[in-house]
Design a protein around this ligand. Sequence first.
Ligand SMILES: CC(C)(COP(=O)(O)OP(=O)(O)OC[C@H]1O[C@@H](n2cnc3c(N)ncnc32)[C@H](O)[C@@H]1OP(=O)(O)O)[C@@H](O)C(=O)NCCC(=O)NCCS
Length: 166
Amino acid sequence: MSVSTRGLTGRIPLAMVGIRPARLFDIPEVMRIERASFREQYPRGIFLTFLENNPDTFLVAEYNGRIIGYVMGYLRPDLEGHIMSIAVDPEYRGNGIGSALLREVIERLINRGARYIGLEVRVSNEKAIKLYERFGFRKVKRVIGYYSDGEDAYYMILPADEWRGN
Ligand SMILES: CC(C)(COP(=O)(O)OP(=O)(O)OC[C@H]1O[C@@H](n2cnc3c(N)ncnc32)[C@H](O)[C@@H]1OP(=O)(O)O)[C@@H](O)C(=O)NCCC(=O)NCCS
């Protein structure tokens, strides 16, 4: 008999997931999710500086008092709202949490004046690319060797006037 951990957490009601700005005490949990999600990690100082500079667009998803996802967005001087990172705890993926985080950060960046939203994604990351395309992002450029292991990135954008709040 096999015990599925997905079964324990698998389907959760999105109504019970809160999306809110990250606080200093969330950083260890954010870093736990980052470790479980990416091959390369940012040092702690990057999260702290990012939080200090972008307190409204560094968001976490909270469920039952536990941080289960985060997104880090910022507004560049050229008015690109850039998404630096997004990840959901592997145990909780496929529940709409990534979509909820993405929706909220896009809204906030556009409200702050972003003319478009931009991001880079590994060319092999089909799941994330599909999610972004569902939100209306388009691949506009392939960035050769963008990642430190040599993988290329797609640079994808979503113009603010095409954002329908989906
Ligand atoms: C990309 C990532 C953030 C998406 O997070 P997520 O919470 O799984 O995203 P969602 O649940 O909103 O959407 C994922 C899938 O679940 C489906 N889904 C959403 N809500 C659902 C629900 N209530 N019931 C069933 N399925 C649902 C979506 O349709 C989507 O399906 P698809 O992949 O076939 O299109 C997550 O996979 C992740 O953390 N990946 C590792 C880090 C990463 O690659 N980040 C992006 C770097 S650019």
